[in-house]
Design a protein. Sequence first.
Length: 271
Amino acid sequence: MSIKKFIKKLFLYAMLIPNSVLLLKSQISDDEQDKYESVLKANNFEVIQVKTLEFEFKNIENLRQKLENSSKYSGLVFSSPRCVEAVVKASENIYNFLDQWTIKENFVVGETTYKAALDRLCLNCLGKDSGNALNLSKFILERKRLYPQPFLFPHGNLKSDTLQLNLKHEGIEVEGIEVYNTIANPNLETDFIKITDNFRSIPEFVVFFSPSGFSNSLEYLQKIGEDIKEVKFIAIGPVTALAIVESNLSQSLHGVAERPNPNELLKVILS
Protein backbone atom coordinates (compact mmCIF):
# COMPACT_ATOMS: atom_id res chain seq x y z
CA MET A 1 0.00 0.00 0.00
CA SER A 2 1.38 3.42 -0.98
CA ILE A 3 1.92 6.10 1.66
CA LYS A 4 -0.79 8.22 -0.02
CA LYS A 5 -3.35 5.43 0.19
CA PHE A 6 -2.35 4.64 3.76
CA ILE A 7 -2.83 8.27 4.84
CA LYS A 8 -6.19 8.40 3.08
CA LYS A 9 -7.27 5.21 4.83
CA LEU A 10 -6.28 6.62 8.20
CA PHE A 11 -8.25 9.79 7.43
CA LEU A 12 -11.29 7.72 6.47
CA TYR A 13 -11.22 5.75 9.70
CA ALA A 14 -10.90 8.95 11.67
CA MET A 15 -13.87 10.35 9.78
CA LEU A 16 -16.22 7.44 10.46
CA ILE A 17 -17.55 7.26 14.01
CA PRO A 18 -17.59 3.51 14.79
CA ASN A 19 -20.50 1.86 16.59
CA SER A 20 -22.64 4.94 16.08
CA VAL A 21 -26.03 5.31 14.39
CA LEU A 22 -27.60 8.42 12.87
CA LEU A 23 -31.39 8.23 12.82
CA LEU A 24 -32.85 10.58 10.19
CA LYS A 25 -36.44 10.69 11.38
CA SER A 26 -39.45 12.75 10.44
CA GLN A 27 -39.80 13.82 14.05
CA ILE A 28 -38.05 13.34 17.36
CA SER A 29 -40.12 11.22 19.72
CA ASP A 30 -42.02 12.95 22.52
CA ASP A 31 -41.29 9.97 24.75
CA GLU A 32 -38.59 10.26 27.39
CA GLN A 33 -36.45 8.05 25.19
CA ASP A 34 -37.15 6.99 21.62
CA LYS A 35 -37.77 3.24 21.24
CA TYR A 36 -35.12 2.94 18.51
CA GLU A 37 -32.61 4.80 20.64
CA SER A 38 -33.38 2.59 23.65
CA VAL A 39 -32.77 -0.66 21.77
CA LEU A 40 -29.60 0.58 20.07
CA LYS A 41 -28.09 2.01 23.26
CA ALA A 42 -28.85 -1.24 25.07
CA ASN A 43 -26.65 -2.90 22.44
CA ASN A 44 -23.77 -0.47 22.96
CA PHE A 45 -24.36 1.86 20.02
CA GLU A 46 -24.06 5.62 20.22
CA VAL A 47 -27.25 7.19 18.80
CA ILE A 48 -27.72 10.59 17.17
CA GLN A 49 -31.08 11.83 15.90
CA VAL A 50 -31.85 14.52 13.35
CA LYS A 51 -35.36 15.65 12.45
CA THR A 52 -35.63 15.76 8.66
CA LEU A 53 -39.23 16.89 8.17
CA GLU A 54 -41.96 19.11 9.54
CA PHE A 55 -45.71 18.97 8.98
CA GLU A 56 -48.43 21.52 8.31
CA PHE A 57 -52.01 20.41 8.93
CA LYS A 58 -54.87 21.40 6.64
CA ASN A 59 -58.47 20.51 5.70
CA ILE A 60 -59.24 19.78 9.35
CA GLU A 61 -62.81 21.14 9.11
CA ASN A 62 -63.48 19.01 6.04
CA LEU A 63 -62.14 15.99 7.91
CA ARG A 64 -64.37 16.79 10.89
CA GLN A 65 -67.45 16.72 8.67
CA LYS A 66 -66.49 13.31 7.31
CA LEU A 67 -65.82 11.95 10.80
CA GLU A 68 -69.30 13.08 11.87
CA ASN A 69 -70.79 10.95 9.09
CA SER A 70 -69.34 7.69 10.36
CA SER A 71 -72.29 5.68 9.02
CA LYS A 72 -70.88 6.18 5.50
CA TYR A 73 -67.66 4.31 6.24
CA SER A 74 -66.43 0.84 7.14
CA GLY A 75 -63.62 2.33 9.20
CA LEU A 76 -60.53 4.51 9.28
CA VAL A 77 -57.10 3.81 7.82
CA PHE A 78 -54.06 5.51 9.40
CA SER A 79 -50.73 5.40 7.56
CA SER A 80 -48.71 7.57 9.96
CA PRO A 81 -48.87 9.24 13.38
CA ARG A 82 -49.57 12.55 11.59
CA CYS A 83 -52.81 11.09 10.24
CA VAL A 84 -53.76 10.21 13.80
CA GLU A 85 -52.91 13.75 14.93
CA ALA A 86 -55.14 15.20 12.20
CA VAL A 87 -58.07 13.09 13.42
CA VAL A 88 -57.36 14.17 17.01
CA LYS A 89 -57.60 17.81 15.91
CA ALA A 90 -60.75 17.21 13.85
CA SER A 91 -62.58 15.15 16.47
CA GLU A 92 -62.24 17.55 19.39
CA ASN A 93 -65.83 18.83 19.12
CA ILE A 94 -67.53 15.70 17.80
CA TYR A 95 -70.13 14.32 20.20
CA ASN A 96 -69.70 10.59 20.86
CA PHE A 97 -66.76 10.28 18.48
CA LEU A 98 -65.50 7.12 20.16
CA ASP A 99 -68.94 5.52 20.21
CA GLN A 100 -69.18 6.05 16.45
CA TRP A 101 -65.75 4.73 15.46
CA THR A 102 -64.76 2.08 18.02
CA ILE A 103 -67.54 -0.19 16.72
CA LYS A 104 -65.83 -0.22 13.30
CA GLU A 105 -62.68 -1.98 12.15
CA ASN A 106 -59.92 0.60 11.85
CA PHE A 107 -56.46 -0.09 10.43
CA VAL A 108 -52.90 1.19 10.79
CA VAL A 109 -49.56 0.80 9.04
CA GLY A 110 -46.93 -0.02 11.65
CA GLU A 111 -46.53 -0.20 15.40
CA THR A 112 -45.79 3.50 15.92
CA THR A 113 -49.05 4.51 14.27
CA TYR A 114 -50.88 1.81 16.21
CA LYS A 115 -49.60 3.23 19.49
CA ALA A 116 -50.53 6.77 18.45
CA ALA A 117 -54.10 5.74 17.57
CA LEU A 118 -54.47 3.83 20.83
CA ASP A 119 -52.98 6.54 23.04
CA ARG A 120 -54.51 9.58 21.36
CA LEU A 121 -57.89 8.25 20.15
CA CYS A 122 -58.44 5.07 22.20
CA LEU A 123 -58.81 3.18 18.92
CA ASN A 124 -57.42 -0.37 19.02
CA CYS A 125 -56.64 -0.73 15.33
CA LEU A 126 -55.76 -3.76 13.24
CA GLY A 127 -52.70 -4.15 11.02
CA LYS A 128 -49.89 -2.99 13.29
CA ASP A 129 -47.61 -5.77 12.03
CA SER A 130 -48.17 -4.90 8.36
CA GLY A 131 -45.20 -2.53 8.11
CA ASN A 132 -46.19 -0.96 4.78
CA ALA A 133 -49.19 -0.10 2.60
CA LEU A 134 -48.82 -3.17 0.38
CA ASN A 135 -48.94 -5.59 3.31
CA LEU A 136 -51.82 -3.71 4.91
CA SER A 137 -53.86 -3.85 1.70
CA LYS A 138 -53.33 -7.63 1.55
CA PHE A 139 -54.44 -7.94 5.17
CA ILE A 140 -57.61 -5.92 4.54
CA LEU A 141 -58.42 -7.92 1.41
CA GLU A 142 -58.36 -11.15 3.40
CA ARG A 143 -61.45 -9.75 5.18
CA LYS A 144 -62.97 -7.80 2.29
CA ARG A 145 -66.47 -9.28 2.62
CA LEU A 146 -66.80 -7.40 5.91
CA TYR A 147 -66.42 -4.00 4.26
CA PRO A 148 -69.30 -2.99 1.98
CA GLN A 149 -68.65 0.73 2.54
CA PRO A 150 -65.57 2.84 1.80
CA PHE A 151 -62.74 3.42 4.25
CA LEU A 152 -61.91 6.96 5.28
CA PHE A 153 -58.22 7.57 4.65
CA PRO A 154 -56.68 10.82 5.98
CA HIS A 155 -53.21 11.19 4.45
CA GLY A 156 -50.34 13.54 3.67
CA ASN A 157 -49.38 15.19 0.40
CA LEU A 158 -46.65 12.63 -0.32
CA LYS A 159 -48.69 9.45 0.15
CA SER A 160 -48.36 6.62 -2.36
CA ASP A 161 -51.33 5.16 -4.25
CA THR A 162 -50.52 1.56 -3.30
CA LEU A 163 -53.25 1.10 -0.69
CA GLN A 164 -56.06 2.78 -2.61
CA LEU A 165 -55.26 1.10 -5.92
CA ASN A 166 -54.90 -2.39 -4.46
CA LEU A 167 -58.17 -2.16 -2.54
CA LYS A 168 -60.08 -0.54 -5.40
CA HIS A 169 -58.95 -3.32 -7.74
CA GLU A 170 -60.74 -5.77 -5.44
CA GLY A 171 -63.86 -3.64 -5.05
CA ILE A 172 -63.09 -1.81 -1.79
CA GLU A 173 -63.34 1.97 -2.05
CA VAL A 174 -60.99 4.23 -0.10
CA GLU A 175 -61.99 7.86 0.32
CA GLY A 176 -58.83 9.86 0.78
CA ILE A 177 -58.52 13.32 2.26
CA GLU A 178 -55.22 15.23 2.34
CA VAL A 179 -54.75 16.51 5.88
CA TYR A 180 -51.12 17.64 6.06
CA ASN A 181 -48.19 18.86 3.98
CA THR A 182 -44.68 17.51 4.46
CA ILE A 183 -41.90 20.09 4.34
CA ALA A 184 -38.16 19.96 4.97
CA ASN A 185 -36.92 20.91 8.43
CA PRO A 186 -35.69 24.49 7.88
CA ASN A 187 -32.82 23.87 10.33
CA LEU A 188 -31.64 20.70 8.61
CA GLU A 189 -28.33 22.09 7.32
CA THR A 190 -27.48 23.56 10.73
CA ASP A 191 -28.28 20.22 12.37
CA PHE A 192 -26.04 18.36 9.92
CA ILE A 193 -23.17 20.79 10.46
CA LYS A 194 -23.44 20.20 14.20
CA ILE A 195 -23.58 16.41 14.19
CA THR A 196 -20.87 16.00 11.50
CA ASP A 197 -18.42 18.56 12.90
CA ASN A 198 -18.93 20.71 9.80
CA PHE A 199 -19.02 17.64 7.51
CA ARG A 200 -15.74 16.22 8.80
CA SER A 201 -17.18 13.12 10.49
CA ILE A 202 -20.17 10.85 10.10
CA PRO A 203 -21.66 7.93 12.10
CA GLU A 204 -20.93 4.45 10.81
CA PHE A 205 -24.64 3.75 10.18
CA VAL A 206 -27.19 6.19 8.73
CA VAL A 207 -30.85 5.16 8.93
CA PHE A 208 -33.54 6.67 6.71
CA PHE A 209 -37.18 6.40 7.75
CA SER A 210 -38.89 7.80 4.63
CA PRO A 211 -38.18 8.66 0.98
CA SER A 212 -38.77 12.36 1.67
CA GLY A 213 -36.42 12.25 4.66
CA PHE A 214 -33.77 10.73 2.40
CA SER A 215 -34.24 13.25 -0.43
CA ASN A 216 -34.11 16.20 1.96
CA SER A 217 -30.90 14.90 3.55
CA LEU A 218 -29.11 13.96 0.33
CA GLU A 219 -27.42 17.29 -0.44
CA TYR A 220 -25.94 17.48 3.06
CA LEU A 221 -24.71 13.90 3.00
CA GLN A 222 -22.97 14.58 -0.29
CA LYS A 223 -20.91 17.30 1.42
CA ILE A 224 -19.08 14.54 3.27
CA GLY A 225 -17.35 13.79 -0.04
CA GLU A 226 -16.34 10.49 -1.64
CA ASP A 227 -15.88 8.77 1.69
CA ILE A 228 -19.63 8.80 2.20
CA LYS A 229 -19.48 5.53 0.23
CA GLU A 230 -18.01 3.86 3.32
CA VAL A 231 -21.03 4.78 5.45
CA LYS A 232 -23.59 2.00 5.87
CA PHE A 233 -26.99 3.21 4.69
CA ILE A 234 -30.08 1.45 6.06
CA ALA A 235 -33.67 1.98 4.93
CA ILE A 236 -36.78 1.49 7.00
CA GLY A 237 -39.18 -0.22 4.61
CA PRO A 238 -39.00 -1.14 0.93
CA VAL A 239 -40.34 2.21 -0.33
CA THR A 240 -37.51 4.10 1.35
CA ALA A 241 -35.04 1.52 0.06
CA LEU A 242 -36.26 2.06 -3.51
CA ALA A 243 -35.80 5.83 -3.18
CA ILE A 244 -32.17 5.34 -2.15
CA VAL A 245 -31.45 2.82 -4.92
CA GLU A 246 -32.98 5.09 -7.56
CA SER A 247 -31.10 8.20 -6.40
CA ASN A 248 -27.99 9.59 -8.06
CA LEU A 249 -25.95 8.86 -4.96
CA SER A 250 -23.35 6.21 -5.73
CA GLN A 251 -24.17 4.28 -2.60
CA SER A 252 -25.20 0.69 -1.97
CA LEU A 253 -27.61 -0.19 0.80
CA HIS A 254 -26.22 -2.02 3.80
CA GLY A 255 -29.70 -3.39 4.44
CA VAL A 256 -33.44 -2.86 4.71
CA ALA A 257 -35.59 -3.21 7.82
CA GLU A 258 -38.77 -4.59 6.32
CA ARG A 259 -40.88 -3.30 9.22
CA PRO A 260 -40.63 -0.06 11.21
CA ASN A 261 -39.48 -1.82 14.33
CA PRO A 262 -36.31 -1.19 16.42
CA ASN A 263 -35.50 -4.89 16.71
CA GLU A 264 -35.75 -5.27 12.93
CA LEU A 265 -33.33 -2.35 12.57
CA LEU A 266 -30.93 -3.90 15.08
CA LYS A 267 -30.91 -7.17 13.10
CA VAL A 268 -29.90 -5.28 9.93
CA ILE A 269 -27.14 -3.37 11.72
CA LEU A 270 -25.72 -6.56 13.24
CA SER A 271 -25.96 -8.57 10.02
